[in-house]
Ligand binder design. Sequence first.
Ligand code: C2E
Ligand code: MG
Ligand code: MG
Length: 700
Amino acid sequence: MTGKPLSKPRQSLEQYIRSIGRHYLHAVIVMTLLIAATYLTMLVALDRHSLQQKISFLTSNQFIRFQQLANQTRALMRASADPNLPDYIIGPMSDDIHRAIGDIRAISTELHALDRSIGGNLLERLNPRDEISVELRHELNVRLEDFLERAARIADTSAEDRRQRYSFWGPIDFAVAADSMLMRQFADLIRHAHDRSDVSIDNAKRISTGLLALIAATVVLASTFLFSPLLKKLRNEQRRTMAFEQQLTILAHTDALTGLNNRSSFNAALGDLFGELERTGAVFSMLLVDLDRFKSINDGLGHPAGDAVLCHVASALQETLRASDFIARLGGDEFAVLLPGIGDASALESVAERAIEAIAAAIPFEGRGLQVSASIGGAIVPDHASDEAGLMRIVDLALYTAKAGRNTMVIFDEAALARRLEENQLSLALVLAADRNEFVVHYQPKVDLMTGTHLGFEALVRWQHPELGLLPPGRFLPLMEGTQLIRGMTRAVIAAVGRDLKTWKNAGLVPGPVSVNLPEVLLVGGEGYEFFAATVRENRLEWQDFAVEITEDVFLNRSADQILATVARFREHGLSISLDDFGTGFASLVHLRDFPFDELKIDRSFVDGIGRDARSEQIIRAMIHLAQSLGKHCVAEGIETDQQRRFLMEAGCDVGQGYHFARPEPVALAGKRLPQQAAAIHRRTDSGPATAPLRRIARR
Ligand code: C2E
Ligand code: MG
Ligand code: MG
């Protein structure tokens, strides 16, 4: 599809050029013939002209010779009048007369031949036959012959006879009888020949003009019908090629999906800004934007959803930033912005905050609203970096720091660098943490909201760092993302919980089910299940002594089928499945309807809004209602105040967890809260409102 529009016109252009080649050949032949015809016309005209010149020359010659003859004859007559003139003078005179007569006759013969030649001339044939000239020549010839004969007779006769004639006629007879008439005839002939020549030249001019006009017409026609369409087509083709090249250039510099600049043009722009800094000292800033949990969206909802998110981010950035800012997608879910002229941290911060806000707007996708957040790192040049590599490193560092918090922006500072270094060290130490048994588990109770009765625990991991002391999961879980370390840590947590459960149970305490937060990777294969099975076996526990908490992100996992299978196996053993942090992820009603879970955990961000934010309260009511209508239990986490407890209880949620009841505590402290077995049984049989949740947990 894509190649056709380009190749088709090229093919037709080739055909066109070929057909033009044919027509051009015809045009060239026609022009050659026309040029040859013009040339021939010129030749014929010149030929005719030269014949005509010869005729005129000979006629004039003949005329001059005739006049000489007349004079010579007259002179002979005059001389003959003198009887004393000796013969040696008279003799040469009559010889001259005879020579002149011979010349005139020879010229006549030559003229006759020339007249024939000129009659055969092509141009002459176009003219009507030259009757006048023929007649004039004929009359002249007759009269001239008569004159020549008379002159010959005078020359040949005796001196006596000439004397008598001269005394009788005098020399007048010659002048009157021959001279004047013949002279007029000669003049008429010459004038007529000249006129006739003019006509021929006019003909030649007309023919040549016609032929030249035809040549011009051929040239005009050829250029109008052959070359100008060809030129037009070539111009179009060139325009198309240029447009194509332009398109290629654009493609080479833009990101096909979002239409933003790509990494290569970003590098070029960054180089330009550093050049500008060197020349004029113009400051600028850079932001590096990375989406939070983009992989979950892409893997879970598919690439169209991922693409929609990326396009949304592109337009959110375009709307937030100035036209002079340079926005690029560097790849994946990473965007970069260059902000010329921004050289102070507070200005950069406000831009980054606006960008985060714009990105956080809901994205309509297939009838639902996707939510995405971004982390942004920023730095200022030349305050923070003096070259491209340094800037990239620094911005990356700021982004990394921002990512630990998610949905935040961090402008680079020295403290961030220190944190990063510390995290690098942490990452290194984390590799050995499981083997060194540095993971410890703290327990936070789940209680009956009405009575405060203990119902179970959530196991929360901590890292007992040899130098830094006890670290919360927020400090090290992000460092584990995308690594295999989380497997070892989870195994350690499950094993620790198993050991603690055994200890408690052996001491006759009733800990209730202990929830373990199980990461997705361990739900995909059978590994997570095996950890539990081994722990249950080793410590002679019941499966129901455990519960599992998973986050909504599992719905987006590509291997949802395998996760479902693992969850089903847990539930076969009576293990309860909680949907943790409910309301913050991507669960749809369809997921909730189809996924086999037992409990919804309302995220603490909603609980936090109780008494302060009417919308949070409404959402909590809706969640509780939803859980009830799906036949699921509802647990609220992060309860810190009695007001929150009461609200939740009144809204229909009867199990909770939070600092209001207890903080997560080490095993020894947590154990102290536990009721003895007998008391628990007593409470169970005692019934009352507090026993309902306990029964639920016992049933699991
Ligand atoms: P979570 O599963 O939602 O755990 C509840 C978190 O809320 C815990 O934070 C807990 O200390 C905190 N919390 C409980 N009540 C309150 C309260 O009243 N106010 C406030 N502000 N916070 C309260 P913690 O222990 O820092 O754990 C954070 C997250 O780390 C957990 O969120 C869970 O997602 C993850 N995590 C903890 N332990 C493990 C683990 O063993 N494995 C895995 N995969 N993740 C774990
Ligand atoms: Mg949890
Ligand atoms: Mg939670």
